[in-house]
Design a protein around this ligand. Structure first.
Ligand code: SAM
Ligand code: SF4
Length: 339
């Protein structure tokens, strides 16, 4: 089909001022969640009113613009994406974007028991599931409202559904769950799935001192080396995890996401769309563009939206600077950011 002149004027790749190609976007479907994880949220949270968050049509329109500008992978996140009403409708619309190569999801697992097969049918290929503890009491303490057995049933439903890949994500906090590291790896090995350990990031003011709970990826690796031999691999899932293989284990990789100890900004290929339509150009900076204002002011104007996105990418910062001993520089919580 002949392209219009305006369509031809747009690049087919988004390249930032530091030469990094942006081919991955994370979309926060909602800032709401049925859990209140200690590292992610404060105990008392105020969520956005409905009118302020993007509709599914708006999200799909923005995602289409990105996919036509070379974004090949979309991860749906939040908040908990699966608790927004009829989230499957959004997943089906995004799964049908012709240029998208991969649609993935981050979830706390609470809804997977009932939704896993429908998610696969709608086009989700991979799921990252948060799991910070296998001890019901500790799990409740960390998530404040979560129910471990429901999450474990959700993980098993996802394993039985046969996704291309599943991964457990665990934020390890000293004094909270560092003694869970070996059990979490054993849990992943039993199910033939991957596991990544995340260093806690200072996003928003939470109810504990993040400097005291900080547990570095090297500390986690030391714990793992009590039981396993780890060797680095260049395998990647196009995200920030650095992966290791374990001697004698074929189906499980162990990843480390180390925003403090091994800065990953040089290879950053992603941007985030918040639930209220703010395009965040970096996890640890406030550089952003208000895409909700564009799609509401100029409904259906794809060229204008694409130009806004291209202009925003030219403002993507080089890197983040996190300091756990200082007041958080970033006041938005992770559920607002779209982790
Ligand atoms: N609710 C879903 C979940 O828990 O997977 C998706 C959203 S959650 C914000 C995405 C990821 O961010 C989770 O793996 C969670 O552990 C991680 N996360 C949240 N707050 C964090 C923080 N302050 N530092 C590091 N990781 C964090
Ligand atoms: Fe909810 Fe995920 Fe944040 Fe936990 S990490 S409070 S599950 S959004």
């Amino acid at each position: 089909m002949m392209k219009t002149e305006t369509e031809q004027a747009f690049p087919i790749q988004l390249i930032d001022p530091f030469g990094r190609r942006v081919d991955y976007m994370r979309i926060s479907v909602t800032d709401r969640c049925d859990f209140r994880c200690q590292y992610c949220m404060a105990e008392d949270m105020t969520f956005l009113p409905r009118a302020q968050i993007l509709s599914y049509e708006e999200i799909t329109f923005i995602a289409r613009a990105f996919s036509e500008l070379g974004v090949e992978k979309i991860r749906l996140t939040g908040g908990e994406p699966l608790i927004r009403h009829d989230s499957q409708q959004l997943i089906e619309s995004l799964g049908a974007l012709p240029k998208l190569k991969e649609l993935t999801l981050s979830s706390n697992g609470s809804q997977l028991g009932k939704m896993a097969p429908a998610l696969k049918a709608a086009g989700v290929q991979r799921i990252n599931i948060s799991l910070d503890s296998l001890d019901a009491k500790k799990f409740k303490r960390i998530t404040r409202t979560g129910n471990l057995s429901k999450v474990l049933a959700g993980i098993d439903a996802a394993v039985a559904t046969g996704f291309k890949k599943l991964k457990i994500n665990a934020v390890i906090m000293r004094g909270h769950n560092e003694e869970e590291v070996l059990d979490l790896v054993a849990f992943a090995i039993e199910r033939g799935i991957d596991v990544s350990f995340i260093e806690e990031m200072p996003l928003g003011n939470v109810n504990h001192d993040r400097a005291l709970s900080y547990c570095s990826s090297d500390d986690v690796r030391e714990i793992l080396e009590q039981r396993y031999s780890l060797f680095p691999t260049t395998e990647t899932t196009n995200g920030p995890s650095r992966y290791y293989r374990l001697t004698g284990i074929d189906d499980t990789k162990v990843g480390f996401i180390s925003p403090h100890s091994h800065n990953f900004c040089a290879s950053c290929n992603r941007v985030r769309l918040t639930a209220e339509g703010r395009l965040l150009l970096c996890l640890g900076n406030e550089h952003s563009a208000d895409l909700r204002a564009v799609v509401r002011r100029y409904p259906g104007d794809m060229d204008r939206l694409k130009q806004e996105i291209i202009d925003a990418i030219s403002r993507k910062p080089e890197r983040h600077y996190f300091d756990l001993n200082d007041e958080p520089q970033i006041v938005r919580f992770m559920n607002m950011t779209g982790g």
